[in-house]
Design a protein around this ligand. Structure first.
Ligand code: FUB
Length: 453
C-alpha cells in the first residue's frame, strides 16, 4: 500500500542535513541506455529496418553524418557506414558498432558517402544485409548484399552488386513458402523474386502498379499479417513524406492503396522511412524524424511507437510520441522530457544547444506538469533522485497517477544551477506505474528522475 507522504521534506531534513542536495552531475557517467524517442542519442540514425532474430529486436538504420567540403556534398545526405543496434526489452539498446563501411565494398564509390537505407534478413542460418550505394563505375544507385553468420555481423560484401537492379531502399520479404522477394525504389516501386541463394534475381523486375503517380515515393516495406500482404511506403502527398500503405493478396500485388500510417513529420523532416514488426505480440512502427538536428533534416534520428490494426486488417494511424515504447525500470534514468503528456505551457529545451547529443530538459512554471507512463517498480525503492535547475525557490510533487497518490514532495532552493536532489519514498507496492511531476510553486526545469533502493 502506498502511504500518504505529505511531510516527507521535514523527515529528510531530520535524517541528513541538506540531504536533498547531492551531487552536481557535470554530465559525467552518462548512461548509454535510451528508452524513449529518439532511440539513439549519441549519433544520427535514419531509415530503420527492425527485425526479430533470436528473440531480440535488431535495428539496421542508415548512419547520417555531416558532409564537409572533403566528405560528400555539403547540405546533402552523407553516409559512409552502418551500425546495428539490438534490444530485448525495447528500453536498453546496444550499439554493436560498425558492420559495413563503403571502403570495404569493392564495387562501391569510396567517395560516394551514399550508404542509404538498408535491410537484413535471415535464411538458413545466414544473415543477408542489403544496402544501396553508388557504384564506382556507373551513374545512379545499385544494391549490394553482404553476408554474415550473425545478426550483428561481421558482414562480407559480395564482389558485385545484384545484377539488373538500379535503385535504392532495398527491402526483402520471405513468404511462408520460402520464396524471397526483393523490393526497391527508383522513381517507382519495383519487385522481383530472389533466387534461393538470396544474391540474384529469379525474375525480371516489375513496377508495382496502382500506387500514387503524383509525388515522390520510396522506401518500400512489405509484411504479411493474417493472409493480407501490406506494401507500405513513404510518399509525398503534400509537402514532405508521409507513411502510406496498400493491401493485397500476394507479395507481388496487385495492391490497393488503403490509407496513411503516419502523417507528415511535425518537425518538417522531408524524409520518413520505416519498418513494421510484431515482437512478443505487439506491433511496432520504426521510423525517423530529425529530433537531434532540428535545423538540418539530413541528420536524422530513429524512433519507434506502437502500431495496431482495426478488425478489418486496416492499420490505425500512428501518432508520433516522445515516450516511445517499452516499460522502463524505475532504477534507470527516466528522461521525463520524453513525456507521455504535459501541460500546455511546459516547454522542452536542449540541455546544450551547441551539442544536442546532451539531450533535453523540460521547463515548468507554477501548476505545469509532465507525465511519464509505464515505469516498472520491480521492488521497493527507498528514495527518488531528480536533476533539477530552479530559477526560483520551487516545490515539486511526484504523483503516481495510477492510484492518484503523492509519492514525494521536494523543495528546491532557487538559483543553484543544475543539481541532483533526493527525497525519501513511502513503501511502494511493486507494479507498473504512470508518474506525474507537478510544479506546485516556483519555476524549475527537470532533466531526469530515477528511483534508488
Ligand atoms: O537515407 C537516404 C534516403 O532518404 C533513403 O534511402 C530514403 O528512403 C530517405 O529516407
Amino acid at each position: 500500500m502506498m502511504k500518504k507522504t505529505y511531510g516527507i521534506l521535514p523527515r529528510l531534513f531530520q535524517r541528513k542535513q541538506y540531504s536533498f542536495i547531492l551531487i552536481a552531475t557535470f554530465m559525467l557517467g552518462v548512461q548509454f541506455i535510451w528508452a524513449q524517442n529518439p532511440l539513439v542519442r549519441d549519433q544520427y540514425t535514419a531509415d530503420p529496418t527492425a527485425r526479430v532474430f533470436n528473440d531480440k529486436i535488431y535495428v539496421y538504420p542508415s548512419h547520417d553524418i555531416m558532409c564537409t567540403e572533403e566528405k560528400g556534398r555539403p547540405g546533402w545526405f552523407c553516409m559512409e557506414d552502418y551500425h546495428v543496434f539490438s534490444s530485448e526489452n525495447l528500453t536498453e539498446w546496444k550499439d554493436h558498432g560498425e558492420i559495413l563501411n563503403q571502403k570495404d565494398v569493392f564495387w562501391a564509390d569510396d567517395e560516394g558517402y551514399s550508404m542509404w537505407a538498408p535491410d537484413c534478413v535471415e535464411k538458413d542460418g545466414k544473415y543477408y544485409f542489403y544496402f544501396p550505394t553508388k557504384p564506382k563505375d556507373t551513374e545512379g544507385f545499385t544494391i549490394g548484399v553482404a553476408v554474415g553468420d550473425n545478426p550483428e555481423g561481421p558482414f562480407t560484401p559480395q564482389e558485385k552488386p545484384i545484377a539488373n537492379v538500379n535503385g535504392i531502399d532495398p527491402n526483402v520479404f520471405i513468404d511462408s513458402d520460402g520464396q524471397a522477394y526483393l523490393y526497391w525504389s527508383g522513381r517507382d516501386i519495383w519487385v522481383a523474386k530472389l533466387k534461393p541463394n538470396m544474391l540474384e534475381l529469379a525474375s525480371e523486375p516489375q513496377i508495382i502498379a496502382n500506387l500514387p503517380q503524383e509525388g515522390h515515393k520510396e522506401g518500400p516495406f512489405v509484411f504479411e499479417r493474417n493472409g493480407i500482404y501490406y506494401l507500405t511506403y513513404p510518399h509525398v502527398e503534400n509537402k514532405t513524406e508521409r507513411l502510406e500503405y496498400a493491401m493485397g493478396d500476394s507479395p507481388m500485388g496487385p495492391f490497393k492503396v488503403t490509407g496513411v500510417i503516419m502523417d507528415e513529420s511535425p518537425t518538417g523532416c522531408w524524409t520518413n522511412h520505416h519498418s513494421i514488426l510484431d515482437y512478443k505480440d505487439q506491433w511496432y512502427l520504426f521510423y525517423h524524424h530529425n529530433d537531434l538536428s532540428p535545423d538540418f533534416d539530413k541528420n536524422r534520428s530513429i524512433r519507434a511507437d506502437s502500431l495496431s490494426f482495426n478488425a478489418d486488417g486496416t492499420i490505425k494511424k500512428v501518432i508520433p510520441t516522445l515516450r516511445g515504447i517499452g516499460i522502463n525500470k524505475a532504477s534507470g534514468k527516466l528522461q521525463i522530457d520524453r513525456y507521455s503528456a504535459k501541460s500546455a505551457n511546459a516547454v522542452l529545451h536542449f540541455n546544450n544547444s551547441q551539442n544536442t547529443f546532451e539531450g533535453w530538459n523540460i521547463a515548468l512554471n507554477q501548476n505545469d506538469w509532465v507525465q511519464y507512463n509505464a515505469v516498472d517498480f520491480d521492488k521497493t525503492y527507498a528514495s527518488l533522485a531528480m536533476r533539477v535547475n530552479a530559477t526560483e525557490k520551487s516545490q515539486l510533487q511526484i504523483v503516481d497517477t495510477t492510484k492518484n497518490t503523492i509519492l514525494a514532495e521536494i523543495e528546491i532552493p532557487g538559483n543553484t544551477g543544475w543539481l541532483e536532489y533526493e527525497a525519501a519514498l513511502p513503501q511502494i507496492e511493486p507494479a507498473v506505474y504512470n508518474l506525474k511531476v507537478v510544479l506546485k510553486a516556483g519555476e524549475a526545469s527537470i532533466d531526469w528522475i530515477r528511483f534508488k533502493s
